[in-house]
Design a protein around this ligand. Structure first.
Ligand SMILES: *Cc1c(COP(=O)(O)O)cnc(C)c1O
Length: 414
């Protein structure tokens, strides 16, 4: 059989179109990034051919010696990177990592606390459409109306009242530091366990630019593909005492054979994250987010909680008189890709939303500078304050294409 191009011209063509789209757009989606060529090589490899159900040294298939070595490297690197006693690198995604963590820590129907989706939490933190909300009795905490930061007093009150078995700490749309130590103290008051979900902030945590949850959590779950810049997948860290419950929760309870190509790619990403350039990269992600936020504020836009401590910003468009949906669509026409997002206490439904979530991991991987972030902020303000103006959008698109042409996308050379 031939190459992709010969075998399947339709899919090959779609890949080319997507390469072009990625090259010709400014990607401000906070949960996306560009994996390196090395990560892509491992992920796109023939390791996809190999079944390796089980764990290193204890597989259900023959011929696993290289897979054992690969998975052991991924595990050792994850443990070293995050200073964790145990790691499981098999979860296929962040949602699966959370499912396995719940299996390891709770029984169906148990009471658990998590941040509400409407205030920045994740679907898997007990939303009613998710397996999590259907399987467990979730009590939700959120942010304070004035400060728009997590209301730790409310968390404490809810914990004392509901006596949860588990408290989940983590978010998909929260621009501030998470105080894991404080959550641990609250959990200890009621004998609850703590699951930290660092899907978004894993890269920052790895280099110490966000406080680590590892000493304060029973289990930590994460994705590899957001700030961490690895392949699309998940992993779990935990203390030794949970090692066997986590491992059996992942396999055989939740998944079948591990995706060894993804595990190899995770090993590569963990290796890359241990290099000093990666610390510089994460610092640049923060610097770019701060600049983007400050410039948007100068342009008259309001940021939820007044700013950011991490790689993302939540923009409240209420005063600009534009919905999240309108802003997302107008920006997309200018090749700036963002996502609409509910703001805390939003009065609009989620499919319209009053806000935008912006993040800098992807643009920073592409080498965008502080000066360019200032330009991008001014372009965003221009589009939002001239929302129906086709002429303005045309000009902005030209500028965007010009900026994009200066920065190749890592890993894409077609
Ligand atoms: C992205 C995310 C997940 C889920 O990751 P998937 O790989 O999309 O399943 C889980 N938790 C949080 C906090 C996230 O931001």
């Amino acid at each position: 059989m031939g190459s992709l191009n010969q075998t399947d011209p339709e899919i090959s063509c779609l890949l080319s179109l997507e390469a072009k789209r990625q090259k010709e757009t400014i990607n401000l989606i906070a949960s996306e990034n560009y994996a390196s060529r090395a990560v892509l090589e491992a992920h796109g490899s023939f390791l996809t051919n190999k079944y390796a159900e089980g764990y290193p040294g204890n597989r259900y298939y023959g011929g696993c010696e290289n897979m054992d070595a690969t998975e052991n490297l991924a595990i050792e690197r994850a443990k070293k990177l995050f200073h964790s006693e145990h790691a499981n690198v098999q979860p296929h995604s962040g949602a699966q990592a959370n499912m396995a963590a719940y299996y390891a820590l709770m029984s169906y129907g148990d009471t658990v606390m998590g941040m509400s989706l409407a205030h920045g939490g994740h679907l898997t933190h007990g939303d009613k459409v998710s397996f999590s909300g259907k399987s467990y009795n979730f009590i939700h905490y959120g942010v304070n109306r004035e400060t728009e930061r997590i209301d730790y007093q409310e968390v404490e009150k809810l914990a004392l009242k509901h006596k949860p078995r588990l408290i989940v700490v983590g978010a998909s749309a929260y621009p501030r530091i998470l105080d894991f130590e404080r959550f641990r103290r609250i959990a200890d008051m009621v004998g609850a366990r703590v699951l930290a979900d660092i899907a978004h902030i894993a890269g920052l945590v790895a280099v110490g630019l966000h406080p680590t949850p590892v000493p304060y959590s029973d289990i930590v779950s994460s994705t590899a593909h957001k700030t961490l810049r690895g392949p699309r997948s998940g992993f779990i860290l935990c203390r030794k005492e949970y090692a066997s419950s986590v491992d059996s929760a992942v396999f055989p309870r939740m998944q079948g054979g591990p995706m060894m190509h993804a595990i190899a790619a995770k090993a590569v990403a963990f290796y890359e994250a241990m290099q000093s350039e990666f610390t510089q990269y994460q610092q640049a992600v923060l610097d770019n987010a701060l600049t983007l936020g400050t410039e948007l504020q100068k342009g008259g836009l309001r940021l939820v909680s007044g700013g950011t401590d991490n790689h993302m910003l939540l923009v409240d468009l209420t005063e600009a008189g534009v919905t999240g949906k309108e802003a997302q669509e107008a920006l997309e026409q200018t090749h700036i890709v963002v996502n609409k997002n509910a703001i805390p206490f939003d009065t609009r439904p989620p499919r319209i939303a009053s806000g935008l979530r912006l993040g800098t991991p992807a643009t920073t991987s592409r080498g965008f500078t502080i000066e360019e972030m200032k330009t991008i902020a001014s372009l965003i303000v221009k589009v939002i304050s001239n929302i129906g103006d086709e002429g303005v959008k045309g000009q902005v698109k030209e500028e965007v294409l010009h900026i994009c042409s200066r920065h190749p996308v890592p890993g894409i050379d077609i």
